[in-house]
Design a protein around this ligand. Structure first.
Ligand code: DGL
Length: 288
C-alpha cells in the first residue's frame, strides 16, 4: 500500500532534525526516512549548481528507497533547487520556503497593517531571494528584510544556544532587523529553531517567530490528506511513537557518531537505526 510507505526527508546535515521533529509531532502515525548529507555540509555557502547537484542525488537516493513523499528540510536546498528536485523525482516534493512564507504572511499584522517581515537564513538562501519572492507573491505590500546568520549553525550544533556568546552573536546579527521594526521573523534555516529563545529575547516578545519546519509539516499533512496518502493505521498500535525510535530510519553520508551526538542534543534522543551511505551514483537504484 502506498500509504504505508515512509516519508523521505533530506537535509545538508543534522539541522533538518528540527523539521523531522515537527513532522513527527504532527504526523505520529507516519514513518520517516531521513538523509543527512554530512559529508558535504554546509550547503549555505555553496553555488546554485552545486546545491542542485547534491540535492538531486539526495532526492534520488531517497526515492530509490521507496518513499511516498519527499520533504526538503534544508532551506538552502529548498530555496535553490526545488524545481530541479521536482524534475528529478516522481514523488510529490515539499520544500520549506513556501510554507514558511505563507505562515509569515498569515502571522504578520492585520489586514490594515503594513507587514514588515524579517527573514534569517544562510547566505545562499538570503542571496537567492526565495523567501522575499514567496512573500511578495502572497502579499505584494509586505516589506521584507533578510539577513544571513551563519554563526548560528555551529552555535546550535555545539550546544551553545543558551550562552552569553549566543546572546552577543544574536544581538549583532539581529540589530538591523530589530531596527527595521519587523512584526514577524522567519527562522529560515534548519538550525535556528534550536536558538529560538535567544532570538526571541533579542528581537522582543512582540515579534512572531515562524518555524518554517513546523509550517512545512502542516503543509505535508494537508497534502497527504488531499492525495489520500495519509497512513490510515497506527504504525504499531500497541506502543507510543518516540522520536528516533526504530520505526524511523536515518542515513548520513559521513560521521555517523557526530550526527548521533548532535541528534541527542537537538532531540533528546539519538537514532536507533543509523547508517552511513554514499548517495552519489544511485541512478541505477531508481525504481522507475
Ligand atoms: N540546512 C541548512 C539550511 O537550512 C543549514 C546548514 C547548511 O548551510 O548546510 O539552510
Amino acid at each position: 500500500m502506498k500509504q504505508d510507505l515512509p516519508i523521505g526527508i533530506f537535509d545538508s546535515g543534522v539541522g533538518g532534525l528540527t523539521v523531522y521533529r515537527a513532522l513527527h509531532e504532527r504526523l505520529p502515525d507516519e514513518r520517516f526516512v531521513y538523509l543527512g548529507d554530512t559529508a558535504r555540509v554546509p550547503y549555505g555557502t555553496r553555488s546554485l549548481a552545486t546545491v542542485e547537484r547534491y540535492a538531486i542525488e539526495n532526492a534520488r537516493f531517497l526515492e530509490a528507497h521507496g518513499i511516498k513523499l519527499l520533504v526538503v528540510a534544508c532551506n538552502t536546498a529548498s530555496a535553490l533547487a526545488l524545481p530541479a528536485i521536482r524534475e528529478a523525482v516522481r514523488v510529490p516534493v515539499v520544500g520549506v520556503i513556501e510554507p514558511g512564507a505563507r505562515a509569515a504572511v498569515d502571522a504578520s499584522g492585520g489586514p490594515a497593517v503594513k507587514r514588515r517581515i524579517g527573514v534569517i537564513a544562510t547566505e545562499a538562501t538570503v542571496q537567492s531571494g526565495a523567501y522575499a519572492s514567496a512573500i511578495a507573491r502572497l502579499d505584494p505590500d509586505a516589506s521584507v528584510i533578510a539577513n544571513a546568520c551563519p554563526l548560528f549553525v555551529p552555535l546550535a550544533e555545539e550546544g551553545w544556544a543558551g550562552t552569553e556568546v549566543a546572546q552577543m552573536v544574536a544581538a549583532d546579527y539581529l540589530k538591523e532587523i530589530k531596527e527595521y521594526g519587523v512584526d514577524t521573523l522567519v527562522l529560515g534555516c534548519t538550525h535556528y529553531p534550536i536558538l529560538k529563545s535567544v532570538i526571541q529575547e533579542t528581537v522582543g516578545r512582540e515579534v512572531s517567530l515562524i518555524d518554517s519546519g513546523e509550517a512545512a509539516a502542516l503543509n505535508v499533512e494537508g497534502l497527504l490528506e488531499e492525495s489520500g496518502l495519509r497512513r490510515v493505521e497506527r504504525v504499531e498500535p500497541q506502543r507510543e511513537r518516540q522520536l528516533c525510535d526504530d520505526l524511523d530510519h536515518f542515513y548520513v553520508t559521513d560521521a555517523a557518531a557526530r550526527f548521533s551526538r548532535v541528534a541527542e542534543r537537538f532531540l533528546g534522543s539519538a537514532p536507533s537505526r543509523l547508517e552511513a551511505v554514499e548517495v552519489w551514483g544511485h541512478d541505477e537504484l531508481r525504481t522507475h
